[in-house]
Ligand binder design. Structure first.
Ligand code: GAL
Length: 662
């Protein structure tokens, strides 16, 4: 179990370093991420290099038995870079530059930036590839975090090259983008620009491709650096820290290029959905490389500095959130950062070693956590889950596009489904449609508006081969270029679902509409279900949200019917049997109560079980990794789990082997 933090000794005089290492040992730190923002200290000027201080600090850490996750320091180019080379600066959608004075102000497409970054990385890698302290490489930092999309001239040129590679000919590009609409037909790739500021709605296929391009660009920057590190002879794992469900990077497409998944997670202590959202993020990153442990690369020991108000964590919360990570596959836990900064934008951000010193709750909990982690035995590899929740970045970009029948909160919807499974203690893999396979018993695909052909094939095969598939609403609407397919909607999944599509019939989005009106508009009543006795779904009512689609259940049983709203009397949930499996379609997004009912029914039908078959009491989280079961009480009072003979106080957790050993 790795334990540590970002370490920024370049912010401190060398006299402090000895104390740092001594304190790290006291806290049980095993590893630190070093030099993440050190470019201006490593290369103070175009022809000046200074590795002496880094040599000394790495040796000092090594002598103290602390490993180094060595950063490539490329995340914040020094002022001399952008003063000498203004083409390094990123630009907004008006083409106006972002200036230095913060961080991440560079264009990842800039050839000058890439040349300078490559030189820096080469020197670092060649110098330290064989240093015994270096256990891992940390490429850049949160690629794309602050400037996920930029529109400058370097991006323009790189976008054109990316499009040439994707489409081959401009005629193919025109066809994919539907360029005959509004006279957008291009005569050559040189006429194409990033989707910069325009008077009205921009071509949705162009916008979608630009998001793909930006995600690919950040990945290519990672790969450029990883190649340089390898070429220098380094053999340690290479990673870059992700940000869970970060909207702008298709991490599922990045994962194969990254040796070990590392994730940063800063939950809002005041969010009512905090526990669920953390668990979702843990499962999402775990699912990026199924069966492989990952590292929690950044979390906060206590408050952050960057929300309008930054409440403290409550007692025990840090340990509980850390247990969520370990129980869901983490083999290491790190913080931002080791010693609290004394200047700069993040001086109020908590750290392992607070500015107020060691007579603090934070320091005590950091030391306590260090010794608890050191006492853990070797942990099993994460295992597959019985349920696949389909989540797809390209679909996210497309489904939330402009000019649609209704406004969709894709992440919100996916997390709502996850919440219903989490409340029941069921383990979930969060995967792309093409990764749904026979390992799962149940697959849920909400709002899968954009469907690529491999995803279509996988979902069809899953349902045909005995899985239980639940899809919809607003699913199977466009192809990968955001074009309608010939023949209407639900053209790909309709045959296995046994339904035909008539109309979308949007409802006001849940966060914008008045709750009572919403419920009236889409109240759903189950229709005399024959097999539903095992779960309380038949006589129940719940509200549908976002859409009340008009469907024909040509070859499917109707499990629920709209009782009111724009599709009153029409099917709301359908089911078509396939041998031992089935394919369900939801013409609406159930509210929380509805999700509980539908999920209970889907679990019963698919045979997907909760962890140890236990129904957790409210506030209690169950997680499974191999034969290790983690039980966490996030509630305010004591929680009893009689099946395990356990009683846990608020924020307490326990690890139990599947055979019952504590
Ligand atoms: C992360 C970043 C760190 C630090 C931290 C503060 O996004 O990687 O460098 O800024 O946030 O919460």
């Amino acid at each position: 179990m790795l334990y540590g933090a970002d370490y920024n000794p370049d912010q401190w005089p060398e006299e402090v370093w000895d104390d740092d290492v001594a304190r790290m040992r006291e806290a049980g730190v095993t590893t630190v991420s070093l030099g993440i923002f050190a470019w201006s200290r490593l290369q103070p000027g175009p022809d000046e290099w200074d590795f002496g201080w880094l040599d000394r600090v790495i040796d000092l850490l090594h002598a103290g038995g602390i490993g180094v996750n060595l950063a490539t320091a490329t995340a914040s180019p020094p002022p001399w870079v952008t003063v000498r080379h203004p083409d390094v600066l990123a630009a907004d959608e008006n083409g106006a530059p972002y200036w230095h004075g913060s961080r991440q102000h560079h264009s990842p497409s800039s050839p000058t930036y890439r040349r300078l970054a490559a030189e820096l990385v080469r020197r670092i890698a060649e110098r330290y590839a064989h240093h015994p302290a270096v256990v891992m490489w940390h490429v850049d930092n949160e690629l794309g975090c602050h400037l996920p999309v930029e529109y400058g001239d370097s991006a323009r040129d790189a976008f054109r090259a990316w499009l040439r590679e994707r489409y081959g000919t401009v005629a193919a590009l025109d066809a994919a983008w539907g360029a005959d609409f509004w006279s957008q037909r291009y005569g050559s790739f040189d006429e194409v620009f990033p989707p910069r500021k325009a008077p009205y709605s921009r071509n949705p296929a162009q916008v979608l491709d630009y998001r793909r391009f930006m995600s690919d660009t950040w990945l290519s920057l990672f790969r450029m650096q990883a190649d340089i590190i390898r070429a220098a002879g380094a053999t340690q794992p290479i990673s870059t820290n992700m940000m869970g469900p970060f909207p702008h990077a298709d991490y599922a497409s990045w994962a194969p290029h990254i040796d070990v998944i590392t994730d940063d997670c800063y939950p809002d202590p005041s969010s009512p959905t905090r526990v669920r959202d953390i668990a979702f993020q843990r499962d999402l990153v775990r699912s990026l490389k199924r069966g492989t442990p990952w590292l929690l690369m950044e979390q906060a020991t206590d408050a952050v500095n960057w929300r309008p108000t930054n409440p403290s964590k409550r007692d025990g919360q840090l340990a509980a959130e850390t247990a969520q990570a370990i129980g869901r596959g983490a083999d290491g836990v790190f913080f931002f950062q080791w010693r609290q900064s004394r200047a700069g934008s993040e001086k109020f951000h908590s750290a392992m070693l607070p500015h107020a010193g060691t007579r603090t709750r934070t320091w005590e909990s950091v030391v306590e956590l260090g010794s608890a982690l050191a006492a853990l035995p070797e942990l099993p590899a994460p295992s597959d889950s019985p349920v696949a929740l389909v989540f797809d970045w390209e679909n996210w970009w497309a489904v939330e596009g402009a000019d649609h029948p209704g406004t969709v909160d894709y992440l919100g919807v996916v997390r709502a489904w996850y919440g219903a499974l989490h409340r029941r203690g069921v383990m979930v893999d969060v995967v792309r449609p093409e990764d749904v396979d026979g390992r799962y018993r149940l697959a849920i695909a909400p709002f899968l508006y954009l469907m690529r052909d491999p995803g279509v094939a996988a979902l069809r095969a899953f349902a045909a081969e005995g899985g239980v598939l639940a899809a919809g609403p607003f699913t199977d609407v466009v192809d990968e270029s955001d074009r309608f397919r010939d023949g209407g909607f639900l053209t790909q999944l309709g045959p296995i679902l046994g339904v035909a599509f008539e109309d979308f019939r949007p409802l006001l989005p849940p966060t914008l509409g008045d709750a009572a009106a919403r419920a009236g508009a889409a109240s759903v009543a189950a229709a005399s279900p024959a097999e539903e006795a095992a779960v309380a779904f038949g006589s129940a009512e719940f509200a549908g949200t976002f859409f009340a689609e008009a469907l024909f259940a040509d070859d499917a049983a109707v499990l629920a019917t709209f009782a009111s709203g724009p599709s009153a009397g029409r099917p709301a949930i359908t089911r078509r049997a396939h041998g031992s499996g089935s394919a369900w379609y939801l013409a609406t997004q159930p509210d929380e109560r509805g999700l509980d009912l539908v999920v209970a029914r889907l679990l019963a039908e698919s045979g997907a079980e909760s962890v140890l078959g236990i129904a957790p009491p409210p506030g209690v989280e169950l997680a499974q990794r191999g034969d290790l079961v983690t039980i966490i009480n996030h509630g305010e009072g004591e929680a009893r789990i009689p099946e395990l003979g356990l009683a846990l106080g608020p924020q307490e957790h326990a690890y139990v082997r599947q055979d019952g050993a504590a």
